[in-house]
Each structure stands twice: as C-alpha cells, then as structure tokens.
Design a binder for this molecule. Structure first.
Ligand code: C5J
Length: 220
C-alpha cells in the first residue's frame, strides 16, 4: 500500500487494485480543427497538459499497472447519438459533420484518434464511449472488475465534462477515485477549479485530488 498525499485526505493506493483512466485525449478535443474548436473553444489550454498526461501514462507503464484509455466517439450512422446531443453547437459544425480532420467525433476518423503522445499500447484497455461518462453504454465495468480493479486514478479532458461525469459514475459504482489535477484540463479555468472543489468537498464526496509530482514521489 502507498499513501499518496491528496485533498481532502491521503489516498491509500493499492498497486494490486489500481488502474489509470485516461479520458478522451483525442485530436477532436485538443487539436485545431476538431470538435472542441468547432464549439468555439480555445484548444491551446488542453495542449498544455499533454506532457504531464504522457508522463503519468509512462509512470503506470513503468510500474506495470493497468491503463484504460477512453475515446468519445459515435458510429458513422450516428445511431448512438441522440438528437439531444447531435443538435448542439453551430449548424454545420456538429457531431457527424465534416471537419478539418474528418467527420466530427465519429469513430475511425483521423480527428477521433488519441494523440500520438498519449496513444494506447498493445495490451492496454481502450473504450469507445458514446456518452460523456465512461460507464454509459460501454463494457467498462466488467473489464475493470474482471481484472480486480477497484481504484481509479483519473486524467484527461475535459475536467468538468467527461472526466467529472466518469468519476461520478465510478464513485456510484464503488470505485475509489483519485484525480490528478495537473493531468486534466478544461477550456474554462473556472470550471476546472470548481470541479476539483466539488469532487473533494464534503469529505471527498466524489473522490480525492492530487498533483502528479506527489503521486510520482509516493510510488517511487
Ligand atoms: C466534451 C469531453 N467536452 N471529453 N467531451 O464534450 O469532455
């Protein structure tokens, strides 16, 4: 067991039960011409965390601990994209529309890929999810429980959307959750700050939060 300094209290990490979850480090959210930018967002904020996310992935690989990568994506016929999601954003720049890196948020398109710097390696879990949360309409829970995993360390984008939704889903399913605060980012700094506050409030009502350096030093 390793005690990782965290807010609001240390996270007792069990190397036999832990996995890293890297949420949606996709070109569609982080590069110019993707879905995130089509909604009017400044994607450069997200680019700044790529080295930290890559270092976190490298740490888990060094330790031989499991890693699960998610991609937010939809089937080419959009049958898994309800109108409540599809009909958002400016017309012509919505999910399924043509973008500079292929159809926005559509599985298999160049823009839907995970960045090279954070790309999954053979043997790592990869989940395509049609929702914001990693458990909605996916095989995530079975995959994790089948490996005896009950602790999840979270990184990725965006903090208040897919990361937070996934953490809340995980918390409800009984997983112990730890967010690495400098390995996650939002297009809106105030939303990131508020999300971290909400997660750790009320005695870690959703989970705990730590910095990458603190995690790295504790598991050395
Ligand atoms: C969004 C995500 N922001 N991965 N997706 O639409 O957070």
């Amino acid at each position: 067991m390793v005690d990782v300094p965290a807010a609001p209290f240390p996270f007792r990490l069990d190397p036999a039960r832990v996995a890293l979850v890297v949420i949606d480090m996709q070109r569609d959210f982080i590069e110019s011409g993707g879905f995130g930018e089509s909604l009017g967002n400044d994607v450069t904020r997200l680019q700044a965390i790529v080295p930290t996310v890559a270092a976190l992935i490298a740490l888990f690989r060094d330790k031989g601990w499991p890693i699960l990568h998610t991609r937010e994506s939809h089937l080419p016929d959009l049958s898994d994209c309800p109108p409540a999601k599809r009909l958002r954003g400016p017309e012509g720049k919505r999910i399924g529309d043509a973008g500079a890196m292929g159809r926005l948020l559509v599985r298999g398109e160049p823009g839907n890929a995970i960045l090279d710097a954070c790309a999954p390696r053979a043997g790592e879990m990869v989940i395509d999810k049609p929702g914001k949360g990693m458990f909605h309409a996916t095989a995530c829970d079975g995959l994790l429980r089948g490996r005896g995993i009950s602790q999840l360390v979270f990184a990725g984008v965006t903090t208040e959307v897919c990361v937070q939704t996934s953490m809340r889903e995980a918390n409800d399913r009984g997983y112990e959750c730890l967010l690495v605060t400098d390995a996650t980012e939002s297009y809106f700094p105030e939303f990131k700050a508020a999300t971290i506050s909400m997660i750790v409030a009320q005695g870690a009502i959703v989970g705990r939060a730590t910095a990458f350096a603190d995690l790295r030093e504790s598991v050395r």
